[in-house]
Design a protein around this ligand. Structure first.
Ligand code: COA
Length: 177
C-alpha cells in the first residue's frame, strides 16, 4: 500500500526478520528491554505468530507490532483479550504513517482471527485515533500502577467488553522486563 508516498508492506514476521526486529526495537526505545521482551514473548504461550507483524519499506523491516494473549480476571472468572505491545518504528521512519498502518492492519487481523478486544498502555492522544478508550469505561484495571488515561482498550466486536471487569493478567514475560 502507498501511504504518504511511501510503499509500505505489512506482513507476518518470519524467523529471518528476528534480527531486524530486534534492531528496530533497540533503536526506537533506545534501550534493550523491549527488544529482549520481544524475543522472550516469541517463546511464550501468549504468542500468536499471525499477530507479530512487520512493516517493510524497500525490503527492510522499519517497524514491528506485537499482540499477545492476556486475560481479564474477575475474581477467577477469566475473559480472553489481547495486549498490544511492544510497537516500534525506526526513528528515521517515524511520523510517516508506518505505526498507524501497523495498528490498523493488526486490529483487522486480530478481528479476523476471532479476537474481540485489545488493551494497550500508551499515549492517549496517539491510540485514541484508532478508537482506544480509557479502560475505566469498563472497570478494567491494570495489575500495576498506570496513569488512568494511558490504560486503554478497544472493542473489535461491538459491545464485546460490555459487562467485562477485572484485572488484566499479562504473560509472565512482561513482568520480568
Ligand atoms: C509510537 C510509534 C510506534 C509510532 O510510530 P509512527 O510510525 O511514528 O506513527 P505514525 O506515523 O502512524 O503516527 C505519528 C504520530 O504519532 C505521534 N506520536 C508518536 N509517538 C507518540 C507518543 N509517544 N505520544 C503521543 N504522540 C505520539 C506523532 O507525534 C505523530 O503525530 P502526527 O500524525 O500528528 O504528526 C513510534 O513513534 C515509536 O517507535 N516510538 C518509540 C517506541 C514507543 O514509544 N512505542 C510505543 C509504546 S509500546
Amino acid at each position: 500500500m502507498i501511504y504518504n508516498n511511501i510503499k509500505i508492506e505489512i506482513r507476518q514476521e518470519q524467523a529471518c526478520d528476528y534480527p531486524m526486529v530486534y534492531d528496530v526495537n533497540l533503536k526506537a526505545f533506545k534501550r534493550k528491554a523491549e527488544a529482549r521482551l520481544t524475543d522472550r514473548l516469541r517463546l511464550s504461550d501468549a504468542f500468536i505468530p499471525e499477530l507479530s507483524l512487520v512493516a517493510i519499506v524497500d525490503k527492510t523491516v522499519v517497524g514491528h507490532i506485537l499482540f499477545t494473549k492476556i486475560s481479564i480476571d474477575d475474581d477467577g472468572l477469566q475473559s480472553e483479550s489481547l495486549s498490544l505491545a511492544p510497537m516500534a518504528v525506526l526513528p528515521e521512519m517515524q511520523s510517516k504513517g508506518v505505526g498507524s498502518r501497523l495498528v490498523d492492519y493488526g486490529l483487522d487481523r486480530a478481528r479476523s482471527l476471532g479476537y474481540k478486544s485489545v488493551i494497550v498502555i500508551g499515549h492517549a492522544k496517539y491510540y485514541s485515533r484508532f478508537g482506544f478508550e480509557p479502560t475505566s469505561k469498563w472497570q478494567i484495571k491494570a495489575p500495576f500502577h498506570v496513569p488512568a488515561n494511558a490504560f486503554m482498550a478497544i472493542e473489535l466486536v461491538e459491545n464485546s467488553l460490555s459487562g467485562i471487569k477485572g484485572i488484566v493478567k499479562y504473560a509472565k514475560e512482561f513482568i520480568e522486563i
